[in-house]
Design a protein around this ligand. Structure first.
Ligand code: 9MG
Length: 290
């Protein structure tokens, strides 16, 4: 009697996502995506009054979209250490006038406040980028019933104090465990897997050494089955490595973008879209040749 050989079992891996559902936008993930940063905080667009700030932010968002950003990430609260906290009302007063004028674009709103999430989604936002991974009470509920995408980010501590000697036994392991749990909670709340992206949160409660270790082992997060967002653009780690101030970190940011792509990042959150687009073009050509 013929004996049928048992097929070798492959370890169960989550299915590779081929697109990210962001509200009415389906973003293909075969090619890396760019998320262009538009901060709508008083220190970002000079203080010529509220209307002026909104207009400047809208023009900036349009420029980033023309340069090739598939997603525009707008935020009304600075997460820099020491930044003054804002109320729901202040945050909404900053972002809504911008959001209302760029409703034709795929807009992500960087917020951790459920009330802001709800109002932003009602005003046309397609994605919520939460540095706290939807951990505020009612944050999951605010987004679950909508079709928006979510970016779940790891942060150790709170922005005001997170850079006070952060410590880890195993930074990559800790970030991975946190993100796995954040994805599980989001799925349990009813958010489809095709709506979820994850982000290790470079610089959020991490030293330059931690950031570099995560970057080296970024590929270990792939098994979580969600596209990886990497935000390294102009960050202080680049300042630490190069000695350059904020406005001279383009070359360092582009080097970081390339390393993140090589590690498996699928979405790059950047300030310099045009230049990072070229990095993607070079990386893709390199990949296709190998
Ligand atoms: C809002 N913000 C600032 N830095 C960020 C990063 O690295 N990732 C994400 N998702 N958001 C960020």
């Amino acid at each position: 009697m013929a004996v049928r050989k048992a097929r070798p079992r492959r370890p169960l891996q989550p299915k590779k996502k081929t697109s990210l559902q962001c509200g009415r936008f389906t973003l293909p993930l075969e090619k890396p995506l760019l998320m262009g940063v538009v901060n709508v905080t008083p220190d970002s667009f000079s203080d010529g009054g509220r209307f002026f700030a909104a207009e400047a932010a809208v023009s900036h968002a349009r420029r980033l979209a023309e340069e090739g950003a598939e997603i525009i990430d707008i935020g009304g609260e600075s997460s820099r250490p020491g930044a003054a906290p804002v109320s729901d009302q202040q945050e909404l007063e900053r972002i809504l006038p911008v959001l209302e004028r760029i409703g034709d674009l795929c807009v992500s709103v960087d917020t951790r406040r459920p009330a802001v999430m709800k109002a932003a989604l009602a005003a046309g936002a397609s994605m919520i980028n939460d540095i706290q991974a939807l951990s505020e009470p009612y944050a999951l509920e605010a987004v679950a019933g909508t079709g928006c995408a979510v970016c779940l980010m790891h942060m150790k501590g709170q922005p005001a104090t997170m850079q006070h000697e952060p410590r880890y036994d195993d930074v990559v392991g800790e970030v991975k465990t946190f993100l796995r749990e954040a994805v599980r909670k989001a799925r349990f709340a009813g958010i489809g897997a095709d709506r979820i992206a994850i982000d290790p949160g470079f610089g959020f409660g991490k030293t330059a050494r931690h950031n570099l270790e995560i970057l080296r082992k970024l590929g270990e997060l792939r098994s979580l089955g969600a596209p990886i967002v990497a935000g390294l653009s102009r960050k202080s780690t680049i300042g630490h490595l190069t000695g350059r101030p904020l406005d001279e970190r383009l070359a360092g940011s582009l080097a970081m973008a390339l390393l993140a792509l090589q590690g498996g990042a699928r979405i790059l959150r950047v300030h310099d879209v045009k230049e990072t687009k070229d990095v993607i073009a070079v990386w893709q050509a390199y990949k296709n040749e190998s």
